[in-house]
Ligand binder design. Structure first.
Ligand SMILES: Nc1ncnc2c1ncn2[C@@H]1O[C@H](COP(=O)(O)OP(=O)(O)O)[C@@H](O)[C@H]1O
Ligand SMILES: N[C@@H](CCC(=O)OP(=O)(O)O)C(=O)O
Length: 373
């Protein structure tokens, strides 16, 4: 169990709510965005990787369109989001650049994470951006979503992104100091909880009721997001975005807001998820050396160690991994379709691009996406 969730984390997702981003609907809070940029630059200097999930598109769009009340009709919400997202992207880009940070806009829908292939694509793109030192700024792709493919709120999106990129911690910045025993707007006696077990059902009863009229989620979606992040092994902090230097102080180990502690270690949680969700679509057979590297060395599977590919499958689907005698030694999510895998098997990863004309990953199956039997 970590002493300090953010200090001990290497990869962090920071989610900021509409209330903060748009100054309670008054318009984009450029100074706040600038302060987050400066702090994220400092976190990066401490060796941490940061991804942001930012709300505020609808609220900012409403402001720009002169609408006083949040519209109910889907197309109006979507129109507002389209207008507001332009402002968000512009301000993040200019304000973060002033602190030496490059940013990238990433808009996701639920389908992007539910579909295996798109899930892997979203994952590789985000990891590539981090590798390049860019800060991804993520929001829901509100303009194209329908009810069925909506995350619905960005707390949920933050948790899904946390699991998608195997982040160690999710930091949710909001307008309250953290999770209180009851809604502090309604109950002045409510007390702040400093450290709780993520997923504890009693927390859900404390966080009842919707949030502000500006945002979407309220505290309940934050409690549920912490539970979801914990199922992937990540811890969550809910803290006030108005606390000076909140991100830097958290990263230095200060206890601010509410820490939601995950009970399962991250890798174990991911592997459990994999083991529970795998529907096998085919198999690959390995040579002696590759089988040893996987079982004894804990390595990824490279195409060079594969001697046979059976079945028809797409990138992102699950396959059985067999030793030279045909015994199943592991299962995993494969980075290449069966036809591509057949073309690159027995070949060094450096040749993948020449053979296929493109390269997804140097590994056929990454060890994080693989469970030994
Ligand atoms: N137990 C609780 N502790 C803290 N805040 C709560 C609680 N229950 C409800 N809330 C409400 O949740 C609101 C935060 O949600 P929301 O307005 O959606 O924020 P954001 O825009 O940051 O996502 C708070 O302003 C508060 O009124
Ligand atoms: N995608 C929406 C996010 C809505 C939302 O979840 O808001 P919040 O509860 O403030 O995080 C937007 O940008 O307006």
């Amino acid at each position: 169990m970590p002493e300090s969730v953010v200090r001990d984390a290497r990869r962090i997702v920071v989610k900021v709510g509409s209330t903060l981003v748009t100054n309670e609907g008054r318009g984009l809070d450029e100074d706040a965005i600038s302060r987050w940029g400066r702090q994220i630059a400092e976190l990066r200097a401490m060796g941490k990787e940061v991804v942001m999930v930012s709300s505020g598109a609808v609220a900012e769009g409403m402001k720009r369109l002169g609408w006083a009340r949040r519209p109910k009709a889907m197309h109006e919400l979507q129109a507002a989001a389209a207008v507001g997202q332009m402002g968000l992207a512009q301000v993040y880009e200019t304000r973060f650049r002033a602190h030496g940070l490059a940013t990238a806009q990433v808009l996701l829908t639920h389908d992007d994470l539910a579909d295996r292939k798109r899930y892997l694509n979203a994952r590789s793109t985000l990891l590539a951006l981090l590798e390049l030192g860019v800060v991804p700024i993520i929001n829901e792709n509100d303009t194209v979503v329908t009810d069925e493919i909506k995350f619905g709120d960005n707390d949920t999106l933050g948790a899904l992104v946390t699991n998608l990129i195997d982040a160690d911690a999710l930091v949710i910045l909001t307008d309250q100091s953290g999770l209180f025993t009851a809604d502090p707007r309604r109950d002045p006696q409510a007390g702040l909880l400093e450290r709780v077990v993520a997923g504890d059902p009693v927390l859900e009863t404390m966080a009842g009721g919707a949030g502000s009229s500006i945002g979407k989620g309220g505290m309940i979606t934050k409690v549920l997001a912490a539970r979801r992040a914990a199922s992937g092994g990540a811890h969550t902090v809910v803290a006030s975005g108005r606390q000076p230097e909140v991100l830097v102080r958290l990263a230095r180990g200060e206890s601010i807001g509410t820490q939601f502690i995950a009970q399962t270690p991250r890798l174990a949680a991911r592997k459990k998820w994999l083991a529970d969700h795998l529907q096998l679509r085919g198999s690959v057979r390995l040579d002696e050396g590759a089988a040893r590297a996987l079982v004894a060395g804990g390595r990824s599977l490279l195409p060079i160690g594969v001697t046979e590919v059976s079945g028809e499958f797409e990138r992102g689907e699950a396959v059985a991994i067999r030793d030279p005698e045909g015994r199943e030694i592991a299962r995993g999510l494969i980075n290449y379709s069966s036809s591509d895998a057949r073309r690159i098997m027995r070949r060094p990863s450096a040749e993948i691009e020449t053979i296929l004309g493109f390269i997804e990953e140097p590994e056929l199956i990454h060890r994080d996406n693989l469970v030994l039997r």
